[in-house]
Write a protein that binds this ligand. Structure first.
Ligand SMILES: NC(=O)c1ccc[n+]([C@@H]2O[C@H](COP(=O)([O-])OP(=O)(O)OC[C@H]3O[C@@H](n4cnc5c(N)ncnc54)[C@H](O)[C@@H]3O)[C@@H](O)[C@H]2O)c1
Length: 271
């Protein structure tokens, strides 16, 4: 369904690692809707090379950048404007990594160096991106920045460990920066709180498969797919949502508003 919702818009899309990545789908959908953009990821993630196929498909340039490096981010915003021929209209922050999760370390025994690394990569990177962009005045008025998050920022999910606290910080940065950037430049900043999704980051979490099925059984509409999430992000990049900012927006098939479903109750009754 191509109706040029993003025609004439220039973007930066982070986090497309492989075809399962939410960012990959966002790039495909944004391309379908007429946007031009650059793709970026950590230099180490590029070595896998899969992003080249996406770049070819969407006719995009790849600019490697470690999202924790101010130097890399400055280069990213400078080159993106050169390549795309003007200020940036939308940015997708789709970056998440916890060493504590990767190493299966329980929350109460979190390693603090890993914790700090997780904060830097997954939350502070949004602040750094926005600070760099604001200093350079690289995002156009009414531009839209979307970061992906998860509901563990509001409710406890034991397996999500330090990422719960990190996502709470990410959502707070979106609100705080959204105020300042909104007042000064009318730039909009929101987080999208997405259903469990089968990606590299998602399936790296212990017990993800069972939890995916649990969430699917609770949500009246079922889990939202990566493709659905991409469609939602496109609407947030578009001018149709220009007064939406500083929000954490649930995109989860109704999961976050459901206490329990008949499906789960009948499954428990079978035991
Ligand atoms: N998969 C889920 O269940 C789910 C649910 C809700 C929210 N999210 C969020 O969606 C976002 C995208 O994750 P995904 O599920 O598509 O997984 P993914 O593994 O495909 O994407 C994560 C990306 O972060 C990138 N990254 C890691 N360190 C980086 C760094 N230092 N600099 C730049 N990029 C770096 C990785 O290379 C990768 O491309 C994350 O913020 C994640 O927390 C995922």
């Amino acid at each position: 369904m191509a109706n040029d919702l993003l025609k004439g818009k220039r973007g930066i899309i982070t986090g497309a690692l492989d075809a399962n990545s939410i960012a990959w789908k966002v790039a495909e959908k944004a391309h379908e809707q007429g946007a031009v953009f650059v793709l970026t990821n950590a230099p180490i993630a590029m070595r896998m090379g899969e992003i080249n196929a996406l770049a070819e498909k969407t006719n995009s340039k790849i600019i490697p950048a470690d999202a924790t490096s101010i130097e890399d981010l400055t280069k990213l915003f400078t080159e993106a404007q050169e390549v795309l021929g003007g200020k940036i209209d939308f940015v997708l922050h789709s970056i998440g990594m916890s060493v504590n999760i990767r190493k299966n370390i329980p929350y109460t025994e979190s390693n603090y160096d890993y914790f700090a690394k997780g904060i830097d990569v997954s939350a502070m990177s949004l602040h750094k991106m926005l600070a760099v962009a604001k200093k350079m005045d690289a995002i156009s008025e009414w531009g839209s920045v979307v970061a992906l998050t998860y509901m563990a920022a509001q409710r406890t999910y034991p397996f999500y460990t330090d990422m719960a606290d990190i996502k709470a910080m990410l959502e707070s940065i979106a609100r705080s920066f959204g105020y300042h950037y909104g007042v000064e430049k009318k730039v909009r900043i929101n987080t999208v709180s997405q259903s469990p999704t089968k990606t590299t980051a998602g399936t790296g979490i212990k017990g993800f498969g069972d939890f995916y099925d649990f969430a699917d059984s609770i949500a009246p509409l079922g889990n939202a797919s990566a493709e659905d999430c991409a469609n939602y992000c496109v609407t947030l990049f578009s001018d149709l949502t220009r007064m939406v900012t500083m929000q954490n927006l649930f995109h989860d098939g109704g999961y976050s508003s459901t206490g329990v479903s008949s499906e789960i109750l009948s499954k428990m009754g079978e035991e």
